[in-house]
Design a protein around this ligand. Structure first.
Ligand code: SF4
Length: 229
């Protein structure tokens, strides 16, 4: 399928979500895929809101992009930023240390729980659907990703409109439409998260090899997209 056909299919899905699943929202980590969806939503389906999570540990380049997104799309679509509960972070850091996530998987998951999962749940509250920029080719875990799935944990429908897009197509769209993107992508960061938990990858390395690289491959989700068994 050509990129143009994929863009049209993605637009049709976004418009259906806007029409039939209102209120719906895009969870944007400000990665390349989320920037494609942000651009499409702002231009063609502005009834869908967009939110990002500021974990307090993002890279300066990510904050720069957040400012660019607000300047570029802020008057076209609703953009919101959610933050962790200050008191909960304070207690966790006092007890475990500022970089506790390096000490154990348990601490890392607790940190993701406080800085990402709880704010995500707050951001999704009262919505009928949420949208992500996940793609099948990002990891083995995502190989069978559907465009639409029932998210029982959050009690709503979850849409992954770019499920069948390749990385090349994502970048073709970004370059072809002058979409702002995170400068870290130009420094070999294909997958961008919190600064202390993300590194660049070498040629040929897996896209997600730069996330939580000190952990076993099977542990590498932050809890945002994990289904409870
Ligand atoms: S990615 Fe790292 S710093 Fe960010 S919430 Fe998870 S453990 Fe904490």
């Amino acid at each position: 399928m050509s990129l143009e056909s994929k863009i049209n299919a993605t637009l049709a899905l976004l418009k259906r979500v806007e029409r039939d699943f209102s209120p719906a929202t895009l969870a944007s980590s400000l990665g390349a895929e989320d920037m494609v969806l942000t651009d499409l939503i702002a231009k063609h389906a502005p009834g869908i809101s967009i939110f990002s999570l500021d974990t307090g540990r993002l890279n300066p380049e990510t904050y720069d992009l957040l400012a660019k997104v607000q300047a570029t799309y802020g008057d076209k679509v609703t953009l919101k930023v959610f933050y962790p509960e200050a008191q909960v972070i304070q207690l966790f850091v006092e007890k475990n240390g500022i970089n506790a996530f390096y000490d154990s998987v348990e601490n890392r998951k607790a940190c993701c729980g406080i800085r990402k999962v709880e704010p995500l749940n707050r951001a999704l509250k009262d919505h009928k659907a949420w949208i992500t920029g996940m793609r099948r080719s990002q990891s083995a875990d995502r190989a069978n990703l559907a465009f639409e799935e029932n998210d029982a944990d959050h009690g709503m429908v979850k849409f992954n409109p770019l499920a069948d897009w390749s990385e090349k197509e994502v970048w073709e769209y970004i370059r072809g439409n002058n979409v702002p993107y995170n400068e870290l992508h130009d420094k070999f960061y294909p997958s961008i998260g919190c600064a202390p938990c993300t590194r660049s990858v070498a040629m040929g390395e897996d896209i997600r090899a730069g996330r939580w690289w000190w952990e076993d491959e099977s542990m590498k989700e932050c809890g945002l997209h994990v289904k409870k068994l």
